[in-house]
Design a binder for this molecule. Structure first.
Ligand SMILES: [Mn+2]
Length: 317
């Protein structure tokens, strides 16, 4: 019989596992990755009697592997807040799934543990950018403003660490980050005793400064397009950079391209003032997808760059 802890590599996934294991220590094989690695259950060759704890990855994206593990006789405990699809009804499947917009997986674990390790749930909620939920959860702890601000920064720093194409792009492998955190019941001690927080805070600021040094390929009143080089820092900062641009120029659509061999990864954000059209634009390309307000193209071939630029310009003129 084997134990597997399967979790998203972002702040929410790591803090969810941390709360559970503070309460119920259990040596387990850790299965995790970058934030975008959400198909994780299939990495486990589950057998009868095995125990899988799954955190902060959508059930919909892991449904087949979950069913296979159940069929083989494994037991699963599943905490998540993403769209789930059909939830299996099975005596060996324990689901804690809530897709309300103001919860994250760590808050679901906090609910399950009746607030036993609330400080870490607060860190996670900040990391998932659920600021109001984090502040509400922190209320009974009576933290002062400085402490709350530090927990906010810690959540953001751990979350930033999860961005990259592969774990090689990250400053810390999420499994190592979890192991470093594991002895700490109090995140304030973790901040003070370990270099992790300062390292990540500094690195995040450096990545962002590099991106902000770049000039756009073009910028009009209504649209701007940036190209980041094929480098680890580009892949880490891409999302945060896009958010910054959107906040600074809410009337503008933004396209951020990150170069990769043979082409680009593309993210498009519609203007914040008029959040529409990003999905239609990106779906016109083979590997495109997303939502009206924010969409992307996984692999834009070099030869399609001119066509993309023209389509982006005409979508947002
Ligand atoms: Mn989450």
């Amino acid at each position: 019989m084997k134990f597997y802890d399967i979790f998203n590599g972002d702040a929410d996934g790591i803090c969810a596992l941390h709360q559970l294991r503070l309460e119920q220590p259990q040596a387990a094989e850790l299965v995790t990755g970058v934030k975008r690695d959400i198909v994780l259950v299939a990495r486990v060759d589950a057998q009868a009697g095995d125990q899988l704890t799954v955190l902060d990855i959508s059930l919909r994206s892991n449904a087949a592997a979950v069913q296979r593990a159940l069929d083989r006789g494994a037991r699963l405990q599943y905490f998540d807040h993403h769209a789930a699809g059909d939830i299996p009804r099975h005596p060996r499947f324990e689901a804690h799934i809530d897709t309300a917009p103001d919860v994250c997986t760590s808050l679901l674990v906090d609910r399950h543990l009746a607030g036993k390790h609330r400080l870490w749930a607060v860190v996670a909620a900040f990391g998932d950018n659920l600021v109001a939920s984090a502040v509400r959860a922190a209320q009974p702890l009576q933290l002062d403003h400085t402490e709350l601000a530090r927990l906010h920064e810690l959540g953001e720093a751990i979350n930033y660490n999860a961005y990259g194409e592969t774990v090689e792009d990250l400053h810390y492998h999420p499994a190592d980050l979890y192991r470093t955190m594991a002895p700490y019941r109090d995140p304030r001690h973790f901040i003070f005793d370990e270099p992790v927080f300062e390292v990540l805070k500094q690195a995040g600021a450096e990545d962002l400064a590099r991106a902000e040094d770049l000039l756009p390929e073009f910028a009009t009143e209504t649209a701007a397009l940036y190209v980041l080089p094929d480098a680890a820092w580009s892949r880490r900062v891409n999302g945060v950079f896009g958010n910054r641009l959107a906040q600074a120029e809410p009337q503008r659509a933004h396209a951020v391209l990150v170069a990769k061999p043979g082409g680009y990864v593309v993210s498009v954000r519609a203007p914040r003032n008029k959040p529409a059209g990003a999905d239609v634009l990106c779906l016109a390309f083979a590997t495109g997808g997303g939502r009206q307000a924010a969409a992307g193209i996984n692999q834009l071939p070099q030869d399609d760059l001119a066509r993309f630029v023209a389509a982006f310009r005409s979508a947002y003129k």
